[in-house]
Design a protein around this ligand. Structure first.
Ligand code: ADP
Ligand code: ZN
Length: 804
């Protein structure tokens, strides 16, 4: 038997190895192995098994590493798709599907001393009062970790040893699973009675789950050894839903009952939530539902704040099938749940689902692909769907389900847009708070209700400016101005973290003006101004400057919940998922901020942010009120958000995307060249543009750069389509010819909106096409052969969400 192996050292290739007879039974697709390679021993993963090889004298596999088959064939297929579509080396895609803690095998199961009652006949021997107290606790628990006993009883090791001497207890090392939520007290919940819209939504989802089961019972072709034939894994019917429900419409209850349905049918589920909303409250809602009752299962949690050990344990609980529900951030999409019935992607429009390093995958899109591969139903939920997903509903690829009203009969908040240009005209300078917002805050304080104020910029002032000579304090390594942080008395770069002391006078030697001033504002300034305006109010700020540890976050939210805080000021951090019935006022200090980004999604982002933040108001019995302060109050993103009109926003935004052929009308690949010497970067970018024109061959390209377009379509049509495709194990290997990319648009090179970051200059080329798979294949080939100077790097980002 021959094993085809992808090596973990970055080589875009696979190699054949002989499987020694003693390993034949344990080597399978997905097995991690150690193999000889050029005099070294390296790690790799078996990606295919074969009877024969094109090569003679194969070296044998040295040994199997770790538990056999950590990567299931299904997850392996997903990794392959990622490598192909996101244009990265297979070994990089493979690395990302296993958590580092599992892959490296550094963290194993943890062993702890446990105390257990020993079998005993006869009466209790005579004990001292202290011993008896400790004994009573042990007797009640029957078995418990030693550490816990010490915490509960305050017993000394001496007392415990005495009990052991008297043969009352046994002490032994046991595997003790780490539970990141062991300190939470979770009360079980049961199904709520659904309202009509929720009920209709649930029925559609469960019907799709039954349909897909039907298919795998009679459709999925079984091979002789009982495994499902690979081709039928790839083509079961797909059912992806977009659950568009306004904030507070009860999407979570629909998720919970759909998951229960999966469990009833013997299947598991994955729930993705953005990292920022992975709060204890969110996790608790899922644990509370499945921690007891007939469907009882462990709920595993995967996210970046877990320790390596916790991650190891959570992952293995899933792999062993004990945890059948997984809730986690982006990478939880690779959780080895099997069989998988349902994938939920909550807040599907969130950009944190996109990984900003290779492999640059988008977890929402990977979820849809995984659903298709494994016959699982996929539910994408949001109050503000991405244009991509909504467009897919219009095209019939996804099914749209709507929850148009709030579940608990609360009304949608009343949104008022305040024209800040007027406020500006009335008084000298621009106030942070318009008179209207100030008045509204007063009212809430009088009535004992709570207020949330939102501004998506931390720090005190966004720039240090000299009014005399125009000097602006810049980061020495990035092309951005430094933000003033008053409490810490420093200037800080929000890109690279560089800090420097605050100058007392203008640093320009020819100027030396002592009246240097601060322009723009951040949350710190909002907080300070509030304190002056409302000296008796209890005000807290929540942004990454003050929330350094996760306990800070919990504590402030806890205080806010019980009414110890009147006004909460914050960034992004407070925009999502929080649910406080006593919040009746939300103020958005500067709504235009996101509008002025050099990004075609600026309008969409503004609409999403305003809708999400507004959604924090009026979740209780009293109707909520939202004040949106803006300098461009009539901008469509602001106006549609004011009216809670997603469909209206979609229609008008699509006109603009259509005109400029931006997603979702097309797909984008963004190529970024980085280097410390700007001239060199520019030169190579121009060279790259020429190569791209050649690759495109006759495509309709915008000649914004210096590139020429030549017709190489003929030549390309017969060329092998990319390195990955040439490797023999790959199913695309014998695809006869590649399709021409007629709709390809190439723009650039142009300096990136953020020209310089962390000392590197960056130039970009943007490609737009509908045939992204084909483009990815060609880009893989081109970047594999492209020769760039050593000090330059090129990144390829497919479907980028960050254009800066
Ligand atoms: P979303 O996730 O759509 O923003 P939530 O799931 O947080 O909304 O629900 C908002 C509130 O409505 C929660 O307090 C939830 O308990 C409540 N809720 C949801 N469904 C129902 C229902 N069928 N009956 C009563 N209350 C419900
Ligand atoms: Zn910087």
């Amino acid at each position: 038997m021959i094993a085809r192996v992808t090596l973990e050292i970055a080589l875009r290739k696979e190699f054949d190895y002989a499987v020694p007879p003693e390993l034949v039974r344990s080597v399978d697709v997905g097995t991690r192995v150690q193999v000889p390679f050029g005099g070294r021993k390296v790690l790799g993963v078996v990606t295919a098994l074969a009877e024969e090889s094109a090569h003679a004298h194969l070296k044998p596999i040295v040994k199997i590493v770790g538990t056999p088959s950590l990567v299931t064939p299904k997850v392996l297929a997903l990794a392959r798709w990622i490598a192909d579509y996101y244009c990265c080396a297979p070994e990089i895609a493979l690395k990302s599907v296993l958590p580092e803690a599992v892959r490296a095998e550094e963290a194993g199961w943890r062993e702890r001393l446990h105390v257990r009652i020993a079998p005993r006949t006869g009466d209790l021997p005579k004990l001292t009062k202290r011993q008896l107290e400790v004994w009573n606790i042990i007797e009640e628990w029957r078995e418990l970790p030693l550490q816990k006993l010490i915490t509960l009883s305050g017993a000394t090791p001496e007392t415990i040893r005495r009990l052991e001497d008297k043969d009352l207890i046994l002490l032994a090392a046991e595997v003790s699973e780490r539970d990141p939520y062991e300190h939470e007290h979770i009360l079980p919940t049961t199904n709520l009675v659904l309202n009509a819209a929720q009920k209709a939504a649930l029925e559609k989802i469960t019907a799709a789950m039954e349909r897909s089961e039907q298919h795998s019972e009679d459709g999925g072709r079984k091979m002789e050894d009982g495994k499902v034939h690979p081709s039928s894994i790839l083509h079961p019917p797909s059912s992806t839903f977009l659950l568009h429900g306004v904030t507070g419409s009860g999407k979570t209850e629909v998720y919970l009952q759909a998951l229960a349905h999966a469990l009833e049918r013997g299947k598991g589920g994955i729930v993705l939530v953005p990292e920022i909303s992975l709060t204890p409250q969110t996790v608790e809602r899922f644990k509370a539902r499945f921690s007891s009752g007939p469907l009882q299962t462990l709920v595993a949690v995967l996210h970046s704040h877990l320790s390596a050990g916790e991650r190891h344990d959570e992952w293995h609980k899933i792999r062993q099938g004990r945890a059948r529900i997984v809730i986690g951030a982006r990478s939880a999409i690779f959780a080895p749940v099997d069989p998988l019935g349902l994938i939920i992607v909550d807040e599907e429009h969130e950009h944190t689902y996109k990984q900003e390093e290779a492999p640059r995958y988008h977890a929402r899109d990977v979820a849809v692909v995984r659903g298709q591969m494994e016959g699982a139903v996929v539910v994408l939920g949001s109050a503000t769907p991405s244009l991509e997903s909504y467009h897919n509903c219009k095209r019939g690829k996804y099914t749209l389900i709507e929850l148009p009203e709030r579940a608990d009969n609360a009304k949608m908040p009343h949104v008022r847009v305040v024209d800040m240009r007027q406020a500006f005209r009335q008084g000298g300078g621009t106030p942070i708070f318009s008179p209207q917002l100030k008045e509204a805050i007063h009212q809430r304080l009088d009535r004992g209700e709570q207020t949330i104020l939102f501004l998506n910029r931390r720090g005190y002032s966004s720039a240090l400016e000299c009014p005399q000579c125009g000097f602006v304090a810049q980061c020495p390594d990035c092309s951005v101005s430094l933000t003033y942080h008053r409490r810490e008395q420093k200037l800080a770069c929000h890109i690279c973290g560089h800090t420097e002391p605050v100058p007392g006078i203008c640093p320009n030697e020819k100027c030396r003006n002592p009246k240097i001033r601060y322009a723009g504002l951040g949350t710190e300034k909002v907080e300070d101004t509030l304190t002056k305006l409302f000296p008796r109010a209890r005000i807290r700020r929540m942004d990454s400057d003050v929330m350094k540890r996760k306990e800070d976050y919990r504590r402030v939210l806890g205080d806010f919940r019980v009414g110890k805080i009147d006004i909460l000021v914050g960034t992004q951090m407070i925009a999502k998922g929080l649910h406080f019935p006593n919040v009746t006022l939300v103020g958005i200090i500067y709504a235009d901020m996101a509008l002025h980004q050099p990004d075609f999604r600026a309008g969409e982002r503004t609409f999403q942010l305003l809708t999400q933040v507004s959604g924090r108001a009026g979740r209780g019995d009293i109707e909520g009120e939202v004040f949106v302060q803006a300098f461009t109050p009539f901008h469509p993103a602001i106006q549609f958000a004011r009216r809670h009109d997603f469909a209206g926003f979609y229609a008008q935004e699509m006109e603009f995307r259509e005109q400029l052929k931006y997603p979702p009308v097309s797909r984008v690949a963004l190529l970024t060249l980085k280097g410390r010497n700007e001239e060199k970067v520019k030169f190579s970018a121009d060279h790259l543009r020429k190569e791209l024109d050649r690759m495109a061959g006759g495509a309709d390209t915008e000649k914004r750069g210096s590139g020429e377009t030549e017709n190489h379509a003929q030549e390309l049509a017969f060329a092998p389509s990319g390195d990955i495709a040439r490797s023999p194990a790959h199913p695309l290997a014998d695809s006869p010819r590649s399709k021409p990319l007629r709709d390809l648009i190439i723009s650039g090179p142009a300096p990136a909106p953020l020209l310089r970051a962390e000392t590197f200059y960056r130039y970009q080329i943007m490609l737009r096409t509908r045939q992204m798979s084909e483009l990815s294949r060609r880009l893989a080939k081109l970047t594999g052969t492209l020769s760039l100077p050593d000090d330059l790097t090129l990144t390829v980002d497919i479907d980028p969400v960050n254009l800066s």
